[in-house]
Write a protein that binds this ligand. Sequence first.
Ligand code: SF4
Length: 374
Amino acid sequence: MSFSEAFRDPALLNSRVLQRFAALLQPKTGAELETMAHEAEALTRQFFGRTMRLFAPLYLSNECVNICKYCGFSRDNPILRVTLSVDQVEAEARHLWEQGFRNVLLVAGEHPKFVSTDYLAQCVARLREFIPAISLEVGPMETIDYLPAVQAGAEGLVVYQETYNRAAYAELHTAGPKKDFDWRLDCPERAYAAGFRRLGLGALFGLAPWEEEALHLAAHVDHLLRHCWKSSVTVSLPRLRPAAGSFEPTHDFNDRALVQVILALRLCFPQVGIVLSTRETPALRDRLVRLGITMMSAGSHTEPGGYTGAGEESIHQTQRGKAVAVIASEGEHLTATEQFAIADERSPAEVSARLRELGLEPVWKDWDAALAPV
Ligand code: SF4
């Protein structure tokens, strides 16, 4: 049974693990949260040691055919856009390599004309020459369309459902293929069938009541652990950040709630990786890394060419699928528009040093082809 089918089943949330997860989301006293935190930290050390895997997002393109009301790249936002050439992607990746990264997440908006399956496979193949761990966060595809990227060496596929609330999803996604809630819901299983070794899930918190989002996200994790057991599963809990379009969150998801969800995930799914991005402030990230986080980004840019300025000569606006030239005024320097503003602007080296101060061990490389079964 696919997750979209399971999602319609009234018994979806009845399993023992999800009942426990729901109980952990109930209002807690400070002392109760403290107890959960101690248990979560012990489980994290038991399953992951003191390691913290570091990765960087590398944006390939900010073109998109979808309208997502909360996203800076949304189709009708009059932003500055660009799709990097494979050479430019390599330049960005070499910059990240020099900073220490051996784990890179390739990110792109959904636009088959600019970000084709062949283009993705070419990017992966080029970077695999020096980056051992490459994941994709791109528009959902059919299983067969993932194969070239997997064969080129991509190991992970990240796809956030954004919101598990079907009504909110319909309200927020008004045009483009992303309107199809169930198609997105089943994307991790299609990626698994294509051979990805890591499946990344998430919800964009702030679009629906957080308890409901967290519970359905946990149900999705539980489903994948049982049906896609050859792959590892990671979870992200991104919160909305300022972006073009100025969308405001419709639901609160405060720091305390974020902590509670991280703890509940760790207590119920001790083997699952939990990812923390630069959307959160340095002070909060420094607190969260001890509670169950196992993987984090650092020094991130959320626009194509953000690390090296690659692609700046090709920046344009896109209207009805066609590139429209943008003339810079005198002294103006055009750069592609970011997807959202980050909150932790520390360099990768600063984040790494801080992790060591906190007693954790930053890991830049967690995968090598030599580890794969023959
Ligand atoms: S969230 Fe993704 S699909 Fe939606 S507009 Fe942004 S880049 Fe496009």
